[in-house]
Design a protein around this ligand. Structure first.
Ligand SMILES: [Zn+2]
Length: 98
């Protein structure tokens, strides 16, 4: 078993959409909103995206010598958005060619 943490792809999509929305709001406010409000919106939209490593991953790869099958297991779960994936795959090395 191997464990690691990384950025969640689902949180990344959400963060990019939020940033795109902030940019759009700043553009809409140009020439309409009071200057200080526009500046504030523009500053917010310029902030870099920063995502914590909230995706926990557990994986294992091993060859079952009694069956000749390669076992691939992968599970990940995000502690922020609840994104979860779980894969279990067995590959028969004698029948499957690359
Ligand atoms: Zn997430």
């Amino acid at each position: 078993m191997s464990e690691r943490k990384s950025t969640c792809p689902n949180c990344e999509i959400t963060a990019k959409a939020r940033k795109a929305n902030l940019v759009k709001n700043a553009e809409k406010a140009y020439g309409k909103a009071p200057a200080d409000e526009y500046v504030e919106l523009r500053e917010k939209s310029k902030k870099d995206l920063y995502l914590n490593d909230t995706l926990s991953q557990i994986s294992s790869v091993y060859l079952d010598e009694t069956t000749g099958q390669l076992n691939l297991k992968f599970k990940c779960e995000c502690s922020v958005c609840g994104f979860i994936r779980n894969y279990n795959k067995k590959i028969n090395l004698l029948e499957d060619e690359c």
